[in-house]
Ligand binder design. Structure first.
Ligand code: ZN
Length: 1073
């Protein structure tokens, strides 16, 4: 991203640039016998495939000297300055990922990644002393594809010798506030797989490098630790926090990523970089910089060695004041630096030479080319007792009115698209596994969506902090990837669904706009099939809603039984959404489907010529004095007859109740004070509201409220303004209340930006506290106007209390034993600004840029150019505290792994269809406990076995509960792997680290001494084996080691035990039974 706040000079320059550029089922209906002939037919194809892939495995030369043993030597007793040549390559920000790679549109930003790698490699080859780190595999893999075999060998040599080191190794450097853990793990796995295939052991990154993301998540620390990283470095933390840490020399610490659940296995050494990720002021030698080179001919007029050496020594001594050891790391590079690498290296050579020459005159400063891992290794050898941290680094403020809490919500539609695409990608990977059993795999087809998702996790992608054109490019990539995956699912269905191949399965059609009731596959057809795949390893039931022009329909289940359905008219608010243009649907058909685990059910819908009164939805506007109550067996919710506002929720099972007021409000956005530097307005990054109490919309518009009810669902529709409406929805057997919000276009004709919130106010006594999740996993306690590790002076009463909400936020009243939980369908910013209240920012449209580099106001205009309309949902639970975790853990899982719907307009009668096609099918062969989720099920393309019909699969199992929160569900869980997949036997399972790039038995992380906060007197010391630490497998890739599945087996019965919050990763070998 950007380099603020570096110096006023840089800020001015950047501004100048900006201006310039402008449950239920048995196994009924499940049959696999018809698959056998296909399997035989496909076997030959697969063997061919194996051969092709085998040839792609590249042997690594045997001269490996990478890892900590390849570090340049340090001088004991001196201040060793580790100069780390690096470049920060955003996979999209001001330019698209393609433009950055090629150096296109350099008038926007002088940045071409291909030139950086070309240039750096040449420099590295000249001098074994030089070092360079590379981070973003999304870019590196593109460059690698274009290189000759000779060049690849040369680069491998550099990597084997530790001269070129991969750091982090994700497809991108992901955002930490708005990403979901499933996508984060996937994008790192994608990068690691590339490195493993091409560089083996020496390509394995040892250090996580999150230098630019705008705040840091504890869950990330936990996941990084579980990926086997030895440490993490980052650049950005709250300016107050940084000042305190510099003063107390606690810039480096042990971050306890999961103190309650996973313990020390999730602890990670974490260091804060001194100067974000830039060089010391005046020492940028890049072609894009304007600092003085080292001019070292004393006969020339501009000879500046004494001055430059003095300046550098000064910078070193200043930095040394803030750190605990005699080692310092200096990041010698910045955004897209090293396009002409010689400029950097030539000056660094001189700098090293002249500063070290001062040692002859007693100087104790020693400069060396280094890498973050070499620096980390020296810190480890320093053998200090390090401080610890248990909370996170959110929110991130750069100045008193500069809280980067706006990006938690920026570009809400893109955020939803990224979350939804993760859902679709997981389903797609499942189908690829199922079809690989049948002899077909489309690895490259999936790769498109994997890569699009890898890019979309970037800290200027899902974060919403990119230019509009770049956001459009990210969305296009996801669309193309999703289309490819739709083809994969379609092809898989053609193998899975037919009982015999006498009748081909009609083409499945997918609908991307079901959330706004638009679907060309369903709208006009008088008869259709709906096939619904459930990517969860458990039976689920769920209500689905399909747009139609019909006024009455008959819906039948996979066995021909009629199921209850309701016709719900599409609201005017929905019809007005510009993106619905072309839709002729007037109604939605709503019905409940029952789905098998990792399987599908096909339902049949046909237009009924006779209107069925049972299906009708009755509508009534609120009359002045009568409250309206919606209820089912679980919940009752009451709306005030006069104001139309929600006023009370009761849980009819546990008996708890609370007053709950729900309304949509907004803040107006601060313009910023351009006369005083460092006081910016609300922008893509910053949230800076003009008021501490949000404004009501009602004063502009009388709230219109109506009540709709039928035999499956009840709804209260509220129109808060011409551009804000909500639907509060209660399904018959739902334990939650759904609120759907439709917001936009946000009016900015008055020249004022607006930030819209959905706020739920209860009578819970919450004592300034609330809870938010981190990346959809563990929950953190938040307190208003408070930071656990320093004396926080809050200068922004609202923005300074905003936290990232990836999946949920909740309030607890411990005296009354009540919890109010709100789940989201995407990442949003949220808070509890008043006791008892929860607010989530759902949409924002702004008129000024916040001057942090993006150079555009966040002003999404949508399909018609009038302003983007965004729709989303919140899910509410009100229950006792002890019952709540079960509800929100279960719901959160269902929300990010929703069923995948596809349609055919087949005119075949159901009885006939059932003769030719399976109407229900499940891949799961065993029962998975309720507290376990199959997080990953994907085909491993590279993993080949010889003659038997076997498949290699990457499997991740996750315990979805934290300790103590879910009653019995928080107990350890056991999963038997052998019969995991129906019709197949799991022969072996090798446990891998979270990133799937090496075996857990080979995990040997650097040990650290530290005092644990939870046990002050207990000094932790983890013994380690120095010899093992340096273990390098010569001449073998990790790949080869993975193929050896006999040395790291689970017990013979293949039973996996999972503790709370544990994710276990396996390479499993599966054979047809
Ligand atoms: Zn960046």
């Amino acid at each position: 991203m950007t380099k603020y706040p570096r110096s006023e000079e840089n800020r001015k320059r950047r501004r100048g640039e900006t201006r310039l550029r402008g449950d239920f089922l048995g196994a009924g209906g499940l049959d696999q016998s018809g698959l056998r002939p296909i399997i035989i037919k496909m076997r030959r194809e697969i063997q061919t495939f194996f051969v092709v892939v085998l040839t792609a495995i590249i042997n690594i030369p045997t001269t490996q000297q990478c890892g900590y043993q390849s570090c340049n030597p340090v001088k004991e007793g001196m201040i060793n300055v580790h100069l780390v040549p690096h470049t920060h390559n955003d996979v999209g920000w001001l330019k698209t990922v393609d433009q950055y790679f090629y150096g296109d549109k350099n008038y926007i930003q002088v940045a071409g990644v291909q030139y950086i790698l070309d240039s750096v490699v040449q420099e590295l080859m000249k001098d074994p002393n030089k070092r360079f780190i590379y981070v973003e595999i999304g870019f590196f893999s593109r460059w690698w594809k274009e290189q000759s075999q000779q060049m690849k060998l040369s680069v491998k040599k550099l990597v084997d010798e530790g001269r070129l080191e991969f750091i982090l190794g994700g497809w991108s450097m992901d955002d930490e506030a708005t990403t979901h853990y499933n996508a984060m793990i996937d994008e790192h796995t994608l990068g690691f797989q590339f490195l493993q295939e091409n560089f083996g052991e020496c390509g394995r990154p040892r250090v996580a490098w999150q230098i630019d993301p705008f705040g840091h998540s504890r869950e990330h620390a936990s996941l990084f630790a579980r990926m086997g990283f030895d440490g993490l470095f980052f650049g950005r933390l709250d300016y107050q926090d940084k000042a305190e840490r510099m003063k107390t020399k606690t810039m480096e610490m042990i971050w306890q990523g999961s103190p309650k659940n996973l313990g020390s296995q999730s602890d990670l050494f974490t260091g804060v970089l001194y100067n974000l990720y830039n060089p010391p002021g005046g020492f940028c030698f890049d072609v894009t910089c304007h600092d003085d080179p080292i001019m070292d001919d004393p006969n020339l007029h501009d000879y500046n060695v004494p001055q430059r050496v003095a300046e550098f020594i000064n910078a070193t001594r200043t930095q040394a004041e803030s750190y605990a050891t005699k080692h310092l790391i200096m990041t010698m590079g910045s955004d897209f630096n090293y396009q002409i690498a010689n400029m950097w290296y030539k000056n660094l050579d001189k700098l090293i030479h002249y500063v070290n020459k001062e040692q002859e005159r007693g100087s104790d400063i020693n400069l060396l080319y280094s890498t973050p891992s070499c620096y980390l290794y020296q810190l480890n050898k320093a053998n200090l007792t390090w401080p610890t941290k248990q909370d996170d680094f959110f929110p991130y403020a750069i100045m008193p009115h500069g809280f980067l809490t706006g990006y938690y919500t920026s570009r809400p539609a893109l955020k939803r698209y990224v979350r939804h695409s993760n859902n679709f990608l997981q389903a797609c990977k499942h189908f690829d596994v199922f079809s690989s059993f049948l002899g077909r795999s489309n690895y490259s087809g999936i790769q498109m969506l994997k890569e699009a998702m890898g890019v979309a996790q970037h800290h200027d992608a899902v974060s919403g902090t990119e230019k509009q054109a770049v956001a459009d490019d990210y969305a296009l990539r996801l669309f193309v990837g999703t289309n490819s995956c739709q083809n994969i699912i379609n092809d898989a269905y053609k193998l899975l669904v037919p009982i015999d191949q006498s009748v081909p399965l009609p083409e499945q059609q997918f609908c991307n706009l079901l959330n706004i009731s638009k679907c060309s596959a369903t709208e006009e057809n008088k008869q259709l099939t709906v096939t619904i795949y459930n990517p969860l390893a458990r039976n689920i039931s769920r209500y689905i809603s399909i747009p139609t022009t019909s006024k009455s329909c008959i819906v039948t289940d996979p066995f021909g039984r009629v199921v209850t359905s309701q016709i719900v008219p599409i609201s005017m608010e929905t019809k007005r959404i510009p993106e619905r243009k072309g839709s002729i649907a007037e109604n939605n058909i709503v019905f409940q489907v029952l789905l098998p685990p990792l399987g599908y059910s096909t339902y049949f819908v046909r237009t009924n010529t006779v209107k069925d009164k049972q299906q009708e939805t009755k509508q009534q506007y609120f009359t002045s004095d009568q409250d309206v109550t919606m209820n089912n067996t679980y919940i009752s919710v009451t709306f005030d007859g006069v104001t139309g506002n929600m006023k009370m929720i009761k849980n009819l099972q546990s008996g708890v109740s609370s007053q709950v007021d729900h309304r949509i409000q907004y803040y107006t956005s601060h313009f910023g004070n351009r006369t005083v530097p460092m006081f910016e307005g609300s922008g893509a990054y910053i949230f800076r509201p003009n008021q501490s109490v949000p404004l009501d919309l009602e004063h502009m518009f009388p709230v219109q409220t109506k009540y709709l009810h039928g035999n499956l669902v009840q709804e209260v529709h509220q129109q808060f303004s011409p551009w804000v409406s909500t639907v509060t929805r209660l399904y018959n057997d739902a334990q939650y209340l759904e609120t759907e919000w439709t917001v936009g276009p946000i009016p900015t004709e008055d020249g004022i930006g607006k930030e819209v919130i959905s706020k739920y106010c209860s009578d819970l006594k919450t004592e300034s506290t609330f809870y938010t999740d981190a990346n959809g996993r563990e929950i953190l306690l938040r307190a208003r106007n408070y930071r656990p590790t320093w004396d926080f002076n809050n200068t922004e009463p609202v923005a300074g209390n905003y936290f990232p909400v990836s999946s949920r936020i909740y309030l607890q009243d411990t005296k009354r034993n009540i919890q109010l939980t709100v789940l989201t369908d995407r990442s949003q910013g949220g808070s509890s600004i008043q006791d008892g209240c929860v607010e989530l920012m759902v949409h924002r449209r702004l008129v000024v840029d916040d001057n942090l580099g993006v150079g555009e106001a966040l002003n999404e205009t949508g399909a018609d150019g009038q302003g983007l309309v965004v729709r989303g949902k919140h899910y509410l639970f009100l229950d006792t505290i002890d019952r709540s975790a079960q509800l929100h853990r279960d719901m959160a899982l269902k929300l990010y792994m929703e069923p995948v719907l596809s349609f055919t307009n087949s005119q075949m009668k159901q009885s006939e269809w059932s003769k030719h096609f399976r109407t229900q099918w499940s891949a799961l062969g065993t029962k998975i406990p309720r507290n376990v989720h199959i997080l990953t099920l994907e085909h491993l393309k590279q993993q080949i076995s010889s003659d038997t019909f076997q498949q290699q699969i990457l499997l991740r199992l996750e315990h979805i509960y934290e300790k103590g929160e879910g009653g019995q569900l928080s107990n350890p869980a056991k999963v038997e792997l052998r019969d995991l997949l129906r019709g197949y036997e799991v022969l072996s399972a090798t446990e891998l680290t979270l990133g799937a790039n090496f075996k857990t038995s080979d995990l040997n992380r650097l040990p650290w001494k530290y005092k644990s906060d939870s046990d002050e007197n207990n000094l932790k010391f983890i013994p380690y084996d120095e010899n093992n630490l340096f273990k390098i497998l010569k001449g073998k890739t990790i790949l080869n080691r993975l193929l050896k599945v006999d040395d790291n087996h689970l017990s013979d019965n293949l039973v996996v035990t999972l503790n709370p919050m544990e994710i276990k990763t396996f390479h499993i070998t599966v054979k047809k039974t």
